[in-house]
Design a protein around this ligand. Structure first.
Ligand code: GLU
Length: 360
């Protein structure tokens, strides 16, 4: 009988700690097991995008850095050398299952321009249509400071959202999120992120690893859950873990999805930090946007101040008078025009509701 699976399209993220040993050398046993599971899923019609860390680790096992080298430069050297080893290992392993691997390296700025974002989306869609496995990593060789993702959890979250997947699976070297209240190291099986207080149950220290740690994982899981994506955090070293999750077995921690959001709103929802400017709105507009019965556009009449210089098509932040962020949206005209018509009635919305994402 054909096995029923939970999802048709997923993003799987594997952390450095899952696939490398102490000195950064790649763990072939784990990598073979993970690639075999992905190949099995792929052959059953499930589309899988793999985001894999481990380039810096693999580089460390290859290169003995000599002399004094700044940490940023060391990361550039290690990642650019290690990425070759990482991707060629994936290439060899997927080939054993008759599958072709594609390498995609990205920086944060790749997600900030809508056209560029859509081009990336087409690339992933085309690879999946051709039954090729996209293996993604941050372009660590060139992504420095503000171009950097917090970690690969953030990067994978952006791809999960861009590709409209149903499930996002974070494979780490721990079993899930530890319940702080239980005191005995129990894992929280299910989290409903619509419960604003869920963070208090989570022990961030116990399971800290990689570049970002558990708190970023929770933050991203919460964000994706708001877009309608189910997020799993599970132990990547557990035999058959991916297959178990897809078969609906309860393992690790699952973040329940909320009402799905689609299209440009998904892009805008992930645009925090990419905004070109901001507008502050009065209480009336704030109420209409946050608590309105139906989706409302942002009209100039409710705007009280404009910050920064933005143009039509740029992402801007919408704030309340006390400075709290209400949401993000795509401006329908620039900051100069906004300044000249703010406070006026009967003007075209600055942000149409289809392009407005309210953060809470
Ligand atoms: N991109 C980094 C690498 O491949 C990992 C970043 C992270 O720890 O999330 O080594």
């Amino acid at each position: 009988m054909k096995q029923q699976h939970l999802y048709k399209k997923i993003v799987v993220k594997v952390g450095t700690n899952v696939i490398t040993g102490k000195n950064g050398e790649l763990d072939f046993e784990i990598l073979s097991s993970l690639t075999a599971q992905i190949a099995a899923l792929q052959k059953q019609g499930i589309q899988v995008i793999l985001v894999s860390s481990g380039a810096v680790g693999a580089g460390r096992s290859l290169v003995k850095l000599s002399g004094t080298i700044a940490p940023v430069a060391a990361r550039q050297v290690l990642s650019s050398t290690g990425q070759i080893k990482l991707i060629s290992t994936y290439n060899d392993l997927f080939l054993q299952h008759g599958l072709i691997t594609a390498q995609i390296l990205v920086t944060k700025s790749d997600f900030s321009d809508r056209l560029h974002y859509l081009n990336m989306q087409t690339c992933f869609t085309s690879l999946l249509q051709q039954n090729i496995i996209p293996v993604v990593n941050e372009n660590d060789a060139v992504s420095v400071t503000e171009l950097m993702f917090t970690d690969n959890d953030e990067l994978s979250g952006l791809i999960a959202s861009m590709m409209d997947v149903e499930g996002y699976i974070i494979l780490s070297h721990v079993d899930g999120l530890f319940d702080m209240k239980s005191g005995n190291g129990a894992i929280i099986p299910v989290i409903d992120p619509s419960n604003k207080h869920f963070h208090q149950y989570i022990n961030p220290g116990k399971s800290e690893f990689g570049r970002g740690g558990m708190l970023t994982k929770c933050h991203i899981a919460q964000k994706l859950s708001r877009l309608g994506i189910t997020v799993h955090i599970a132990n990547g070293r557990k035999p058959g873990i991916l297959l178990s999750i897809l078969e609906g077995e309860k393992t690790g921690t699952t973040f329940l999805p909320q009402k799905p959001t689609h299209g440009p709103k998904r892009w805008i929802a992930n645009s925090e930090g990419m905004e070109k400017g901001a507008v502050t709105v009065n209480m009336g507009a704030e109420m209409a946007l946050v608590a309105g019965e139906r989706a409302n556009s942002l009209l100039p009449v409710g705007i009280v101040s404009v910050e920064g210089r933005f143009l039509k098509g740029d992402i801007i932040k919408v704030c309340a008078t006390d400075g709290t962020i209400i949401g993000y949206g795509m401006a329908q005209y620039g900051s100069e025009r906004t300044l000249s018509i703010m406070g006026q009635k009967d003007q075209k919305p600055l942000i149409h509701y289809d392009y407005l994402y309210i953060t809470n």
